[in-house]
Design a protein around this ligand. Structure first.
Ligand code: SAH
Length: 219
């Protein structure tokens, strides 16, 4: 009699995901270790729990999405975070990317325009014992002037145009990674400060992010 296939263990699913990320070029040991230590199933809604270890974006509350693990890995790697860095993240969403950033940096400041998402993310940070995350409910397009300048800035929603205000809140040698473009497909850009107030801009790949929206939401 053919026996039913045993469901894969979370460890096996995680290993498969990490192998897929490595195969696609996410090789930074610090980034891979941060992903390994962060249970993605804590960040996905009940309806999609069993797909938590797939390398795909999934829907979350408020019509938003939790990013695809490969994109999280790629963006974190491109941000070249160092342990002493203060990082600003725009678009907390589920908080998954925030949690990854918190493991490779000193402090993460994260801004979200849905209070519902922010509150849920905060309880996940507490559950994981992440004490170096500071959240703010607000319009991330304005950055976080009181806490600027930042060593690194990551934007996890699509900027319709050059993120000028955010670039102004970056240290002279800082790095900002953001999807930039109108329409469903954007260009993932890496801005690296040249130390003299200018930037070199690199297009990394095409990505699909939900857009940055103006102001804060009512939810
Ligand atoms: N990094 C998140 C991605 C969430 S999707 C994750 O992996 O879960 C992008 C998020 O950006 C959404 O939560 C959306 O509400 C938020 N967002 C969009 N425009 C914003 C703005 N102007 N200010 C702050 N957050 C914004």
């Amino acid at each position: 009699m053919a026996s039913a296939k045993r469901p894969e263990t979370p460890e096996a699913l995680l290993k498969r995901l990490l192998d897929a990320l490595r195969a696609q070029g996410v090789t930074d040991p610090g980034v891979l270790s941060a992903i390994e230590k962060t249970p993605r199933d804590l960040f996905t809604p009940d309806l999609f729990k069993e797909r938590s270890w797939e390398d795909s974006a999934l829907p979350i509350a408020c019509g938003q999405t939790i990013s695809q693990p490969f994109i999280v890995g790629l963006m974190t790697q491109a941000l070249t975070v160092e342990p002493r860095c203060r990082v600003l993240e725009i678009g907390t969403g589920s908080g998954y990317q925030t949690a990854i950033l918190s493991r490779v940096s000193r402090l993460v400041y994260t801004v979200e325009r849905y209070r519902t998402l922010m509150k849920e993310a905060e309880s996940r940070f507490s559950a994981l014992g992440l004490t170096n995350v500071i959240t703010k409910f607000g319009d991330g397009w304005e950055g976080w002037r009181e806490q600027a300048p930042f060593d690194r800035i990551m934007v996890t929603a699509a900027a319709q145009e050059e993120p000028k205000e955010l670039l102004a809140q970056l240290k002279p040698n800082g790095v900002l990674v953001a999807p930039v473009g109108r329409g469903p497909v954007q260009s993932l850009r890496r801005y690296a400060g040249d130390g003299k107030g200018g930037f070199t801009v690199e297009a990394l790949c095409d990505v699909r992010f939900v857009p940055i929206l103006e102001g804060v939401a009512r939810e």
